[in-house]
Design a protein around this ligand. Structure first.
Ligand SMILES: [Zn+2]
Ligand SMILES: [Zn+2]
Length: 306
């Protein structure tokens, strides 16, 4: 199996501003099998230029360098309403768990189910974060805004510490409201409710845990810093590695307990290869150091100096 030289391209080219540099036109890469009579069967990676953007295409971006008091970092009343709805959903789930545990006089099972929910929420946060970091763009249905927000976060990580609470959590709070409410209506088992309530709660608050992982120890609440150091919440050092080259590890942002296993066994790299050979789509992390992954250092130091 031999590979021809691979051209780099910018996958989300719809959202880049091209100024002095010529645009990179995208090329689909696919694997084809060539059989000859003189040689054994060989497989070659062939690059075919397709879907080439016409030179006159006007390319714009919705990402922009945020200001310290950027209005996009502030919470709106709709953000707050979704967070209230999400928290109410979680409280109902917790209430159902306690009521069921009292009625059936079982405690160990709901507690174990909650613990499993906490552990699996970390894995879920990693899989979701990996997916939106590497695939799709702002035009992707449902999660397009989240994809753009995470791309912006890689470039300006400091913004998450300035983003107001409801602004940071509202998208996940809305997802939790829509997915957990039906489960609450259908299932009244305390074990199911214990698992769902803790798992969805950790997922909803994962963006807050993520924001804390970007904080400095002296500015964090002492309890949060202690929980980070105990490994209950994702640590600052572990998440800092996600924002350094090669930009393809430490995706989990609840407790980070899965990061070492997933990175050591190259689980996401294996998934990326599988997707690539099935669909021909390259993950963004293969194109590093693409500009959208690299932090604008001078901007963050400006902020820290304040
Ligand atoms: Zn990321
Ligand atoms: Zn981050």
């Amino acid at each position: 199996m031999s590979s021809l030289a691979q051209h780099k391209y910018t996958p989300n080219f719809h959202h880049q501003i091209f100024k002095s540099h010529p645009p990179h036109y995208p090329a689909w890469v696919h694997c084809s099998t060539t059989t000859t009579t003189s040689k054994p069967r060989t497989k070659k990676l062939v690059i075919e230029p397709r879907l080439v953007a016409p030179p006159s295409t006007v390319v714009t971006t919705t990402n922009h360098r945020p200001l310290v008091n950027d209005p996009s970092l502030k919470s709106t009343w709709s953000h707050r309403a979704w967070v209230v709805a999400g928290c109410t959903t979680l409280l109902v789930s917790l209430g159902e768990t306690i009521k069921g545990a009292v009625d059936l006089n079982i405690w160990a099972e709901p507690i174990l189910a909650g613990w499993a929910g906490y552990i699996l929420a970390d894995l879920g946060s990693g899989v979701y974060h990996w997916a939106i970091d590497n695939y799709g763009d702002g035009s992707t249905p449902i999660v397009g805004a989240q994809i753009e927000a995470f791309q912006g976060h890689h470039k300006w990580p400091w913004t998450i510490t300035r983003r107001q609470f409801a602004n940071n959590l509202h998208a996940l709070a809305r997802a939790v409201t829509f997915t957990v409410l039906p489960i609450e209506i259908i299932f009244h088992d305390p074990i199911v409710q214990g698992f769902v309530g803790v798992c969805s709660g950790c997922i909803m608050f994962s963006q807050q845990f993520h924001a804390w992982s970007h904080g400095t120890k002296s500015r964090l609440p002492p309890l949060v810093a202690a929980l980070q150091e105990a490994g209950v919440l994702v640590s600052r050092s572990q998440h800092a590695a996600h924002h350094r080259p090669p930009y393809n590890n430490n995706y989990c942002i609840v407790s980070g307990v899965w990061n070492e296993f997933l990175d050591k066994h190259k689980v996401f790299e294996a998934l990326e290869m599988m997707l690539y050979f099935q669909t021909g789509v390259r993950p963004r992390s293969w194109s590093e150091p693409a500009s959208e992954w690299v932090e604008e250092i001078e901007n963050s130091s400006e902020i820290q100096a304040q």
